[in-house]
Design a protein around this ligand. Structure first.
Ligand code: SF4
Ligand code: SF4
Length: 618
């Protein structure tokens, strides 16, 4: 073939590539322009580069949840890299040919053809497997013409590259058409490939247990207090950095597939929250977020974090949802139940609407001393609002105290000095009151010289462990969840059950323990030594399914077709178990309520970790 064809092919390639770069640069203006983006990249530390390598280059986020996303990730990665290899190798081939590169050309030709076959197969598998189907999740919903053209290029390019085995001129064609994908990227939804790569540099990885702090109450003065901006109300409140995060969404629907609110027909699809918001930023910038999505969309979230965990593109739904709540709370757009929760904590210091006076009198009758009266204890037991007031939760607390006593561990409690930990306020969106109560708790711990806290409540545990230190960097207290302490005592041989509870048990992991704080093995260690037979649920460990109480949902109602707790109990009951082991007083309440609703409460019991140890004679 005439050299002119190869030169023409390289020229088209370069023209398309330059046009692609111009298109991408133009779109990056929405994020503040190239200079700003380069400054983020140039400031990246080694952790960020590692994250880029693992999550973007190696597509590692697809493997975090395993199963379906991992399989999709493999096909996506194979298609993407085979496309890029064809693009590079065909250029190399053309240049070497013009330079009369000799025998190596044959090897490169074979390589291009083999990679072409891989691109063809993976491109077709993606199109067939991820097409919209009745009742199935699909990556390929809501596609425009340009999106389809983009998707079609990979298998077409693969086919052309493969045919170079018989007609080496096909490489010239492959070379010329290969930049079309990059050219189309800024004009299709596949822009997420660029946005999700930038997202790694622009949005630092968030500790899932810690919500972003919009202001520090302790640093506000009378002049600045009126100027603080709370939450996201208008679409113009979405900053470029957050837009990058939202643009990272690939519309794969994985977040919907694990969202408890979505599963029970609440008016929340985390995928739609992302898509509608990012579209609103461009189409309706003058509107409020709640003009496009109803208030209950945001109240329906339990902040369980499953969407964030599974998202292969690093979209962080929860801070956006909480930011809209912050705006709703700031503008008093709440129903009576939410207002009552805030007033109850403000007036009584607890979330249960009871007088705080005498909240631990019943614990004192068990022989537990007050921390302000004695320094002679190993752990401060943070009882929590539920554990202090709710009759069922009190039984779990009592079992915990008894097991600790047997193991020779001394605890003290705060009595009337204990207030809410603040988690319900923060997750509801009442940031000022959260910080106020958190700072008061920190002062109290300092005044009493508290060094170690153990709690049965995952929400208190999480906020103490992950959120308090940002408010006061001198806060230095060891925080343990009771599953951790019990597990440690089992390991040390200080807890030794004399028997095993009969029947089959399963574990209901708390979102804030197993997923958000990655405490998965500890409760299982306890169950192994105290129950006869154990069955693992499909949604277990960090992939657990919420009980429905988190994110302050325990205190208010949201329209739904079914209770989240019922959906969960149906799954656990289908294992044929007699005991559901829980590690949270809220989970216990929700699951027992669901068992009663389903008429299963006679056959299946819910037990806290401490209770199964007690029943097994520990
Ligand atoms: S937010 Fe993430 S998980 Fe949800 S649809 Fe978008 S890419 Fe998929
Ligand atoms: S945090 Fe949980 S409830 Fe909220 S949107 Fe994500 S998956 Fe749904």
């Amino acid at each position: 073939m005439n050299n002119a064809v190869w030169i023409a092919s390289i020229s088209i390639y370069l023209i398309l590539l330059i046009a692609s770069i111009l298109g991408i640069t133009h779109r990056l203006k929405e994020y503040g322009g190239l200079r700003k983006i380069f400054s983020y990249i140039s400031m990246a530390d080694s952790n960020t580069w590692n994250r880029f390598l693992v999550e973007v280059v190696l597509q590692g986020r697809f493997f975090r949840w395993g199963g379906e996303p991992a399989i999709e990730g493999v096909f996506r990665g194979v298609a993407l890299y085979s496309y890029m290899l064809i693009m590079v190798l065909s250029l190399l081939y053309a240049i070497l040919l013009l330079l009369e590169g000799g025998s190596i050309l044959r090897s490169i030709n074979t390589l291009i053809a083999v990679i072409g076959a891989v691109a063809l197969v993976s491109g077709v598998v993606i199109l067939v497997n991820m097409r919209p189907r009745e009742g199935k999740r699909s990556w390929l919903i809501e596609l425009g013409g340009r999106d389809l053209a983009y998707l079609a290029v990979i298998p077409i390019l693969g086919g052309v590259a493969l045919s170079s085995l018989y007609y080496r001129e096909a490489i010239a064609l492959a070379l010329a058409i290969s930049p079309i994908i990059i050219l189309l990227t800024p004009h299709t939804r596949f822009w997420y490939n660029i946005a999700s790569a930038l997202n790694v540099f622009i949005n630092k990885q968030r500790n899932p247990g810690k919500l972003p702090t919009p202001f520090k109450l302790s640093e506000l003065s009378e002049e600045t207090i009126d100027k603080i901006k709370v939450g996201v109300g208008f679409l113009t409140d979405i900053e470029p950095e957050r837009l990058v995060n939202l643009d990272s969404c690939a519309n794969c629907g994985l977040c919907d597939s694990v969202c408890p609110a979505y599963a029970v027909g609440r008016p929340l699809s985390p995928r739609k929250v992302v898509l509608v918001t990012r579209q609103g930023v461009r189409m309706d910038p003058g509107k409020q977020v709640v003009d496009l999505l109803q208030d209950d969309t945001f109240w329906a979230c339990t902040t369980c974090g499953a969407c964030v965990e599974i998202c292969p593109m690093g979209v962080d739904h929860v801070p956006l949802i909480v930011d809209v709540r912050r705006w709703l709370v700031f503008n008093s757009k709440m129903d009576q139940k939410k207002i009552s929760l805030i007033s109850s904590i403000a007036q009584s210091g607890n979330s249960m609407g009871a007088p705080n006076y005498g909240r631990h009198d019943w614990i004192r009758k068990l022989g537990v001393q007050l921390a302000e009266e004695t320094g002679d204890y190993d752990y401060l037991l943070w009882v929590g609002c539920m554990g202090s007031f709710d009759d069922r939760a009190r039984k779990a607390i009592q079992a915990f105290i008894e097991v600790l006593k047997e193991a020779g561990i001394r605890v003290a409690v705060l009595g009337d000095l204990e207030m809410c930990c603040g988690d319900p306020l923060r997750r509801l969106g009442e940031e000022s009151r959260f910080q106020d109560i958190a700072l008061r708790n920190i002062d109290l711990f300092k005044r009493l010289g508290v060094k170690r806290i153990v709690t049965i409540c995952p929400h208190g545990f999480n906020t103490f462990k992950n959120e308090y230190k940002e408010l006061d960097p001198t806060f230095d207290v060891e925080i343990l969840h009771h599953s951790q302490l019990l597990s440690k005592l089992v390991e040390e041989g200080r807890i030794k059950p004399k028997s095993k509870i009969s029947g089959t048990a399963t574990m209901h992991d708390s979102c804030y323990i197993a997923r958000i704080n990655r405490i998965e093995e500890e409760p299982r260690r306890i169950i192994r030594i105290s129950s006869e037979t154990y069955k693992e649920a499909r949604r277990s460990g960090y992939r657990t399914f919420c009980c429905g109480a988190g994110g302050s949902n325990y205190w208010y109602d949201v329209p739904e077709k079914k209770r989240i707790s019922v959906e969960r109990v149906e799954e656990l009951a289908s294992l044929g178990v007699n005991t559901i082991v829980a590690e949270c007083p809220f989970c216990i309440a929700m699951l027992e309520d669901a068992l009663r609703n389903l008429g299963l409460d006679k056959d299946i019991k819910v037990r806290d970790l401490s209770e199964i140890l007690r029943e097994a004679g520990a």
